[in-house]
Design a binder for this molecule. Structure first.
Ligand SMILES: Cc1cc2nc3c(=O)[nH]c(=O)nc-3n(C[C@H](O)[C@H](O)[C@H](O)COP(=O)(O)OP(=O)(O)OC[C@H]3O[C@@H](n4cnc5c(N)ncnc54)[C@H](O)[C@@H]3O)c2cc1C
Length: 202
């Protein structure tokens, strides 16, 4: 979508919990990407009374249309062709395929998420489909199938916010520490056994 990326994190937002305060009471447009955008719209409706839902080629069933109408959410089915700026460079709205510009200060997009795995391919970590996107597979406390590699945060939990990511990092750190403590003890026992086989079996 031309113009969308340059406003990412400012005029273009993905998360009502991350950006809700900043975008409250603004004219917001939800640019639909699929079924998840319907629930996204309900969340952003809690933040503004001026919400427009651009179906942009996605399905919007009659029940959802009725629910949107009940909440005063305007629906536009004409596809969006670009995000337009004001003279100062701030997001000013979206242009539709018929040329009409719909004024908006904020566009919300439920974009699919993809963990940044570039540069880590050499580790051979399995990548898998996760809720809302793709990331590294992990088990308890962030352990992976690859010995010596733990993962934590968005690389394996795409919807984790700062608190959850930091907590996952702390949990992985504790698991790594526990693994190393056990390894040190194993090594010490091995050294004792090497030096004195009788002592190790006492
Ligand atoms: C626009 C936006 C707004 C947000 N607002 C909020 C908010 O208000 N509150 C909230 O709780 N959460 C918010 N989040 C979510 C929050 O950013 C994440 O939950 C958090 O950053 C995840 O932490 P992390 O350590 O897992 O990943 P990151 O913070 O992404 O850290 C990963 C780091 O690894 C680096 N890296 C990647 N690949 C390599 C490599 N190969 N070698 C070395 N380094 C590498 C990256 O450059 C990055 O610095 C927001 C997210 C976005 C995108």
């Amino acid at each position: 979508m031309p113009g969308l990326a340059e406003h990412w994190g400012h005029g273009v937002v993905h998360c009502p919990y991350c950006h809700g305060w900043e975008v409250r009471d603004e004219p917001i447009g939800v640019l639909a990407t699929g079924p998840a955008s319907i629930g996204h719209a309900y969340l952003f409706r809690q933040l503004t009374e001026d919400l427009t839902y651009f179906t942009h080629g996605t399905d919007l069933d009659e029940d959802s249309r009725a629910r949107f109408a009940a909440r005063g959410i305007r629906v536009i089915d004409t596809p969006v062709t670009e995000v337009v700026n004001d003279t100062g460079g701030a997001l000013a709205g979206v242009r539709l395929a018929d040329g009409q510009v719909v004024a908006r200060r904020v566009v919300a997009v439920a974009a699919p998420m993809q963990a940044r795995t570039q540069g880590l391919e050499g580790l051979g970590l399995p990548v898998q489909d996760l809720p809302k996107g793709r990331g590294f597979a992990s088990g308890t406390a962030g352990a992976t199938e690859v010995p010596g590699v733990w993962v934590a945060g968005n690389v394996t939990d795409l919807v984790a916010q700062v608190g959850a990511s930091a907590a996952a990092g702390a949990l992985a750190g504790a698991d790594i520490n526990s693994t190393l403590a056990t390894a040190d003890t194993d090594a010490a026992l091995h050294a004792v056994a090497e030096a004195s086989p009788e002592a190790a079996t006492r």
